[in-house]
Design a binder for this molecule. Sequence first.
Ligand code: 0RA
Length: 662
Amino acid sequence: MEENGTVQGNGNVNTNGNGSDTYGADSIQVLEGLEAVRKRPAMYIGDVNDRGLHHLVYEVVDNSIDEALAGYCSTIDVIIHPDDSITVRDDGRGIPTEIHTKENRSALEVALTVLHAGGKFSKDSYKVSGGLHGVGVSCVNALSTYMKAEIHRNGKIYVQEYHIGKPLYDVRETGVSNDTGTIITFKPDDTIFLTTTYKYEVLTARLRELSFLNKGIMLTITDERVVDDNGEYKSETFLSTQGLKEFVEYLDDSRVRLTPDIIHVSTEKNGIPVEIALQYNNSYSENVHSYVNNINTIEGGSHLTGFRRGLTRTMKNYADQSGILTKLKLEINGDDFREGLTAVISVKVAEPQFEGQTKTKLGNSDVVASVDQAVSEMLTYYLEENPRAARIIMDKVILAAQARHAARKAREMVQRKNALTGGGLPGKLSDCSERDPVKCEIFIVEGDSAGGTAKQGRDRRTQAILPLRGKILNVEKAMQHKILENEEIKNIYTALGVTIGTEEDSKELNLDKLRYHKIIIMTDADVDGSHIDTLIMTFFFRYMQEIIRRGHLYLATPPLYLVKKGKKESYAWTEQQRLQLIEEWGDGSESGITIQRYKGLGEMNAEQLWDTTMNPEKRTLQQVTIENAAEADHIFAMLMGDDVPPRRKFIEDHAIYANIDA
Ligand code: 0RA
C-alpha cells in the first residue's frame, strides 16, 4: 500500500525491501512512510474535512479499545481541550517502552512513528477493533503539529513528544507511577485539515456506540471548551453492561415496542464471535445496523446476508408450523419480516475483507453461515418459549405483507403514470434548461408564494424550483403505500427522476437518471421552517438515503436579518453578525439603524433571495451528511415520534430560531 517498500500485513511490518535492517536505512524509510501520509492524507484517513478530523480520535481510541478487548483496560477517557487538541487516556498496560532490538530504539517510538507498526506488538492478541482504514496512531501523529505520548508502566512515567510525526527527543523517564496506562495528546495540523473544530455530539455518538458494542468498557468524554452551570466541564460517561440489548433499547426509546423483550444472543459460531439484538416496534421502517470489528458496515455484506437469511427462514418455518398464515392469501417475503424491526448485528472477524464503494461491505463469505446459524437458533428458541410474543410478531408480518401488496399497486401507479406521460414532470416544477445533471440544482421550497419568488430570482439555466404545499407527510408514522400515494412525495420522486425498486427489493433506489446533483431544501428561517427541513430530511434518510450518502442533499441558509442605515444595507446570518453590524455602524448605539428580522422567504423579494440564498457565488449551503447512522436513526425517531419531552429538549438544545423568536 505504501510507496516505499514498507510491507504490511500478518503482523509483519516494516520489512525492508532489500532485507537491510541497519538503523540508518530504517530511519530513512520511516520518514518516507510518514511523508506519504502528509502528502496524501485522504488516502489514509478518508478526507481532510470534518470526517477525517474526527477519524483521528477514533483511530487513537481504537487502540485503547483493543487493549480493553485483550482484557487489560477498563476505562477510556477522551478530552477535548480548549484549543481543540485531544487527549485519549486509558488504563491498559501502557505501550511498551523497552528498546526494540531490531529497530534499536524504544518500541513506543516505533509504534508512534512507523506506519502500520501497531500489529507488531499485538501479534498474539486478538486485534479486532480498528478504524475504517486501520491506519494506526502513527498516521494521527503524522497529521498533527504536536503529539505527546505519556506511558505509565513498570512503576515509571515515560514521555515522548513529536512534531508532524517526528520525535522531538528520545523517550524520557519523567517520574514514578503506581498505575499503568497510555495517555496520547495530539493537535491536528491546520495546514492539512480544512476545519479543526471538534464536534462534541459527533465524538459522543461514537463513544456511546462503542460502549454498546463493547460492554464493560467505561468511556468518558469531557469538553473543556464548555463549562456548565455548576462550573464543571461538559462531560458524559458511557458504560453498557448488556451490550447490544441496550443499544436496541436506546435506538427504540421513542418508538412503541410490540413485545416486552429484546431478543438477544451473544455467541461464537465457527470461531467468529457474533452478537445480535432485535425488537419489533409499531413503525413501518426497517432499522438494521450492522458492525464488523466495531465499524459500521453501511453497505452491509455477508453478515447482513446471513442475518436476513436466518431471520426469514426461521420466521417462515415458525409461521408454517403454527398455521398462523394459512388464512392469508398473499405470499410473504423477507421484507415483511423486517418491517418495524430494529436490530443490531456485531461480528468480530480476524481478517475482514472490506469491499464496496466506501469499503464498508463485508466480503468474508464464511460469516454468512455463522450469523445465519446464530440468529436462527436465537429465534427458534425465543418463538418456542414465547408464543404470545410470537403471535404479535406474526400479526405484524401479516399487516406488512398486506401493506406491501398495496404499496406495489401504488408504486405501479407512480411508474405507470410516469410511463403514460412519457416520464412527465410534475406540473408544479419549474425546470431548468440545462440537461447535464452535474450542473443542475433543484430547490425544494416551502409554499407556493416562496416558490414564486424563487422562480423569479433563480438562474433558470441551472436552477429548478419545486414548491411543496405546506408540511410534507411524516414518513416516520406512515405506511409505505401511503407515502407513495402522497402528492408531494410523488412529485419529489418524479422531479428528481428517481425510481423505486422491484417487488423483490422494494427499497432499492435507482439513481441512474437522477436529474440534479444538488438538491437544496429551502425553507423559512424560523421554527416552522426547521420543522419542515426535518420532515424532508427524514423522508430522504428513510427512503432516499443513497442521495444523502452521495452528497447530493443540502440545506439553503437564508439570512436572519437585514440591517439598514441610510443607504447602507447588510445581511446577518447570526446574532453575532447582527451585533457586529450595529457596533460598526452605530458606534455602539442603535440610532438610525433599522433591523428587519426575516422569518419567511416571502419577506424577501426575488433579488434579495438570489443575493443571499441562491446565488452560487455568494450563498452558503449546508451539506447534509450522515456521521453516524445509528445516532441519526435515534434522532429522527425521536423528532418524529410521539414522545414530547425529549423532542422539546433536543429542539431547545439545537435550534437557533426557538431562542431568537421566543
Ligand atoms: C502491545 C503490547 C502491550 C501494550 C499495548 C500493545 C498497548 C497499546 C496501546 C495503544 C493505546 N493504548 C495501549 N495500551 C497498550 C503490552 C505488552 C506487555 O506489557 O507485555
